[in-house]
Design a protein around this ligand. Structure first.
Ligand SMILES: O=C(O)CCC(=O)C(=O)O
Ligand SMILES: [Fe+2]
Length: 321
């Protein structure tokens, strides 16, 4: 655990022999159960790939506005779309909080030709990162299902058919005196999210202490958090991590790249039967990613979907701080 209470998962131990792997699996399960987020070390994704992707993302966001305008869309069903999140402050001034590029990334050959064609090497750098992040998530998914007592191969075929989207965020340098919330508190719909950020600003809600905790950042630092679908699959044993991004006055622009993995669009995510037992009834109803996307495109917030559509008992899904 680091000084901010963020657990660290050492991938070299997860890849190790007995008794190293079972001990590491136990620690991973504990991290998913308590905080819902952790940093992974010895992840095996080389610095060149991570830096290359951050540089390509930065170069994309720095392109002239007209070069990005063709990708602008408010329709969240678009496989590649660019959008801007802004806010009007008390003086009526518009403050841009972040620019976002979302792009489907798996299966790669279906989507890559829709990705930005500029800057040069953008597709190549992002494709390499997407594949590496997917590999890491698949390895973590094996360990997570093992930690739940479901076995290592439990999700193998669903992961093979799985879907991945990448979210690239660009936060302009802070324009406020005090730090502003640039990405509102939310949980991700994913199984597990893997996140790379050029600098600090991300905060996790630490349930035990009831406070927001800053996450570490850096061009080789990878963070992982539990998403809604893992919460559903685990029947609430693991809880999706509530997170947000705050601006840091005086800091330079911040860039982050996240891999958002889930099952295939039309594959339902259900509570694992094995985790339903006396005293542990199923807490969620199954649903697919396409249903979720349809729900969001009708203009309803993501959290409402989880609360209205998935929750079938009085179980409280997220507590707003
Ligand atoms: O920029 C970040 O660090 C986090 C972004 C995020 O939470 C998201 O894209 O879902
Ligand atoms: Fe997120």
């Amino acid at each position: 655990m680091d000084s901010t209470g963020i657990p660290i998962v050492d991938m070299s131990k997860l890849r190790g022999p007995w008794p190293e792997r079972p001990a590491a699996i136990h620690d991973l399960g504990r991290a998913c159960q308590t905080t819902g987020f952790f940093q992974v070390v010895n992840h095996g994704i080389c610095a060149e790939v991570l830096h290359g992707a951050l540089d390509a993302a930065t170069a994309f966001f720095n392109l002239p506005t007209e070069d990005k305008s063709g990708l602008v869309s408010d329709d969240i069903r678009q496989p590649v779309r660019y959008s801007t999140v802004s806010e009007v402050d008390d003086d009526g001034e518009v403050k841009i909080r972040r620019h976002v590029l979302k792009q489907y990334s798996r299966p790669l050959e279906t989507w890559i030709h829709k990705w930005p064609s500029e800057p040069i090497h953008y597709r190549e750098k992002m494709a390499t990162l997407a594949a590496e992040m997917w590999r890491l998530v698949s390895e973590l998914a094996e360990a997570v299902t093992e930690s739940l007592g479901l076995g290592r191969g439990y999700l193998a075929s669903r992961m093979d058919r799985g879907f991945e989207m990448m979210a690239l965020n660009y936060y302009p340098p802070c324009q406020d005196v005090a730090g502003a919330v640039c990405c509102a508190p939310h949980t991700d719909y994913t199984l597990l999210t893997v996140l790379l950020a050029s600098q600090q600003g991300l905060e996790y809600f630490h349930r035990e202490s009831g406070s927001w905790r800053p996450a570490p950042a850096g061009s080789s630092t990878l963070l992982v958090h539990v998403g809604n679908y893992l919460e559903v699959l685990s029947n609430g044993r693991y809880r999706a991590a509530l997170h947000r991004v705050v601006s840091r006055p005086g800091a330079a622009a911040r860039v982050s790249v996240a891999s958002l993995p889930s099952f295939a669009m039309d594959e339902s995510v259900e509570v694992a039967e094995e985790l339903v037992e006396d005293g542990h009834p199923p807490l969620y109803r199954g649903s697919t990613l396409s249903e979720f996307i349809e729900f969001l495109s009708a203009g309803t917030r993501g959290r409402d979907f989880m609360e209205q559509s998935l929750k079938i008992t009085g179980h409280k899904m997220h507590s707003d701080p």
